[in-house]
Design a protein around this ligand. Structure first.
Ligand SMILES: [Zn+2]
Length: 154
């Protein structure tokens, strides 16, 4: 029996995966961006631009899909040693993991994400450059379910 399971994003539409048709081959967070004032939104905002100084129509037509920069610097980090409550899905049995809040290079927005499992808090530092990759959040009999993860830039 094959041990290669299908990989599926744990949540659709929040990030691109390697080899996805029409993408640049890297893992990128997907959100929206206001065409009038340039404000980026992650998770995606499709209702209306929330910038009070924006002179766009504020009816949602100003918002288009936007792929965020794939690199940033660690703003803060921590390890998580308890099983988060639902709706968060975690592996069973639970394995402690590390999370990092990363300020994206281009957008200067802080985005939270897990760090790749081979890294612990001892491997990280505030200001360290990291990049996006894809990692397995959990699996079942059918597939591995993936999310975006941060890893130190080599
Ligand atoms: Zn706007």
């Amino acid at each position: 029996m094959s041990t290669t399971k299908e990989r599926r994003p744990a949540i659709d539409g929040w990030f691109t995966v390697p080899d996805e048709p029409g993408r640049d081959g890297g893992v990128r967070l997907l959100g929206t961006r206001c065409a009038s004032c340039g404000t980026p939104y992650f998770p995606r905002n499709e209702l209306a631009c929330r910038n009070p100084r924006c002179d766009g129509p504020h009816d949602g037509s100003e918002l288009a899909e936007y792929a965020f920069s794939a690199r940033g610097r660690i703003w803060s980090y921590a390890d998580s040693r308890y099983r988060p409550p639902p709706p968060y899905v975690s592996p069973d049995p639970f394995r402690p993991y590390t999370v990092a809040a990363v300020e994206l290079d281009v957008e200067r927005m802080v985005v939270l994400g897990q760090v790749v499992p081979e890294c612990t808090v001892d491997d990280l530092a505030v200001g360290m450059e990291v990049e996006l990759t894809e990692g397995v959040l959990y699996e079942d009999d059918d597939a591995e379910y993936t999310v975006w993860m941060w890893r130190p830039v080599q």
